[in-house]
Structures are given as C-alpha cells and as structure tokens.
Design a protein around this ligand. Structure first.
Ligand SMILES: *Cc1c(COP(=O)(O)O)cnc(C)c1O
Length: 377
C-alpha cells in the first residue's frame, strides 16, 4: 500500500532555528503573560498583515469568541452555514442567535443580497468567513453593515496573508479573527489572533483575553484565559521567516492540479478571483453530476488509495443537531450552500507535498474519469 497522503500536513521550520528561542525562554522563566516573544510577534504580524493592531490568542476559536464579545453584540448575527463549525459555535457561546444566509456559487462566501434580506431589527452583526482564503465581497458587506448599522466581523481562519487589490484582507470589517492551528497556512502549533483598527477595541480585546483584569484590584469584565504562551509566540517568529517559501510551495501544487485537472469533464477547479494574491490554503474541486463517480464515490476511491481528501464543508453547519431547527437552517433558504456542500472535495495541499504525491492524486482522479493517459492531456 502506498504511503498516506492527508489533506494537509503541518509546516515546520528547521528545528535548530527554534532552539535559541527555547534557551532564552528557559533562562528567563518568562513563559506567558505579555512576554518578549509575544510582543515581538504582534509587531511583526501587524507589519506582515498591514494591520494597526494584532492581539495574539491561544487559538482561533477563542480569538473569534473574544472578537465577538468585545463588540458587545446581542440578538441575531447573520452568518454562513458553509464553514467549520467553530464559526457558529462562537455565536452560541455568547447567547447570540445565528441566522444563516446563503452563499454565492463561485466564491463560496456569503451572498450580500441574501445577507441584506436576512437582517432584521434584532440583527447586531454580520459574521463572514473568507472561505478557502477567497475574500468575501468585502465592499458590498461593508456597505450593508453601514446602511443597517450593524457590526461586521470576519472569521479569517483561512485567509492568512491574502491580499485583495494589494490590500490585506485583514483590514476589512470591524475585526478579523485568525487561526494559527497546526493545519493552517501559518501555524504556532495552536494559536490565533484578532486584528483590530481601533484603539478602544484593541484594549478591550486585551482585557478580555486576560480574565477581564484591568489592574491588581479591578476586574472590569467577564473575560477568559485567551493568552498565547511564549513557546507558541517564538515558533510564530520563526515561522514568519519562512511564510514566503511556504506560500510559493503551495502555489506550485495549485498550478500543478489546475494544469492537470483542467481538461477533465464535469470536474471544476474554481479559479482564484482576479485581483487576489492567494495563500493557496485549500484546493477545492466540484464533482459535477456528469462525472463517472459521485462526489462520495470519488472520496471513497481516493480514501481507499490512502489519499485522505476532505469534504469541506459537508455537512453544512446548519445541518448539525444543535442548529438544524433554526428557521434559517432550511435547505430552501440555503440552496446554493446545500448544493455546493454535496459536490465539494478538498485535495491535499501543503508545502512539502511531493510532486510524486500530487501525481498520485491526479492519477486516481483521471482514472476515475476514464482517462488513462492523463499526463498527455
Ligand atoms: C480552523 C478554523 C477555526 C478554528 O480555529 P482553531 O485555531 O482551530 O480554534 C475557525 N473557523 C474556521 C473557518 C477554521 O477553519
């Protein structure tokens, strides 16, 4: 049996590059709480992401939770069902009611017209996701948020390093939350961040991630422990030195898949939109009805060959038991998301995927399409 290929594999720097940082952590005994590496990483990330403020957190879910909490929301939040379940769970943790709006068929992101239609008197915010690192229609969503006087937050877990017309996608909306989980484009083992542009919000986020403690004798809010530790921050500093090469390596695989899958009938490789500098975080394909195998058939076949592709995102968040009774969770309301969710498959993509491995993936897909000579396509 051939070796296992997963949909993603954590990217790590050479081990020797982290050792001097560890030595300093050991000697200083500063392990967490506003340490030297945390501050350095916040500064360097702000530069890389063109952001005013970056607050580091212990994971992406807590980053999103604290971002939402910092805005003092209530009532309903309009959001996408086509995401990782943490997106909606964060609303539930804050006793906010998720209202699902449908997505666009090409970007897989919230459809601004559907968002606008879903807004009521009870709506306090829009929570978008830059799915697969493809930016939401940030201009249209900002216009709606302004006109309806609601907040706009992005779950930017997939969008690290993505630019739209030369501008970091993290600059959109009131706040963006990022994940640095092991599987993401930029990882600190576990970690996350909130990008903010407003000093008051930035201070509130920093308060909330440290139990709400204002000073020795004042607790100003019901915060939690969202702090990133010095080990993760040091790892982030070393990772940031290598992010350019990691994204270039991803791009080569993206190019390879595109070139070799482009001519397969009834298989769509959604292109990156114009004016976007991508991070090549995911490689989604759509298995259309005319393809010889169903989406699940292709999934099973690849899995059988030790290629562990993923059906991101199937089921939809709105189909999980804690959400499926919401009025907005019906298939009629979410017809595009439901359709995409049944056709989507994400192929393995990560910096140290080998060409031979990518060829195995393409070979099996081409074979499923009845093409035995895929290399000459
Ligand atoms: C990974 C991810 C999260 C959660 O981030 P963690 O760092 O794992 O907590 C949230 N939303 C989306 C869209 C994600 O992909």
């Amino acid at each position: 049996m051939k070796d296992k290929i997963f949909v993603t594999r954590p990217w790590l720097p050479p081990l020797n590059e982290i050792l001097p940082y560890l030595e300093n952590i050991w000697n200083s005994r500063v392990l967490t709480n506003e340490g030297r590496y945390l501050k350095e990483l916040e500064t360097n990330l702000a530069k890389y992401l063109q952001a005013k403020h970056v607050s580091l957190l212990n994971n992406g879910t807590i980053a999103l939770l604290i971002a939402l909490q910092s805005l003092g929301l209530s009532g309903e939040v309009v959001t996408t069902p086509f995401s990782f379940v943490a997106t909606t769970h964060c609303l539930s943790w804050l006793n906010l009611t998720p209202v699902f709006a449908d997505i666009e068929p090409n970007s897989f992101n919230l459809d601004p017209a559907k968002v606008e239609a879903a807004i009521t008197k009870r709506t306090s915010a829009i929570l978008g996701v830059h799915c697969y690192g493809r930016p939401c229609d940030v201009v249209a969503l900002a216009d709606i948020a302004k006109a309806k006087n609601v907040k706009l937050i992005y779950d930017a877990a997939h969008a690290f390093g993505v630019k739209h017309q030369g501008r970091s996608v993290m600059l959109s909306g009131d706040l963006s939350a990022i994940s640095f989980h092991a599987t993401k484009v930029f990882n600190t083992f576990e970690g996350g961040a909130v990008v903010s542009h407003d000093d008051e919000l930035y201070n509130r986020i920093n308060l909330l991630k440290n139990f709400g403690i204002q000073d020795e004798s004042t607790v100003a809010d019901i915060g939690l422990n969202g702090k990133m530790n010095e080990f993760c921050a040091a790892l982030g500093l070393v990772q940031l030195d290598h992010i350019g090469e990691a994204i270039v390596a991803r791009r080569l695989h993206d190019d390879f898949y595109r070139q070799n899958l482009a001519n397969i009938p009834n298989l769509i490789c959604p292109p990156w939109p114009a004016n976007v500098s991508p991070n090549y975080a995911y490689f989604p394909i759509l298995v259309e009805p005319g393809f010889p195998l169903s989406r699940d058939g292709l999934y099973e076949k690849l899995t059988h060959h030790n290629i562990f592709v993923r059906r991101y995102f199937y089921p939809l968040i709105s189909e999980f038991s804690m959400y499926h009774n919401l009025p907005s969770a019906t298939e009629a309301n979410l017809s595009v998301a439901s359709s995409v969710s049944r056709r989507i498959l994400c192929l393995p993509i990560y910096p140290d995927l080998s060409l031979a491995q990518a060829e195995r993936v393409v070979g099996i897909i081409a074979d499923s399409a009845g093409l035995t000579q895929w290399k000459s396509l």
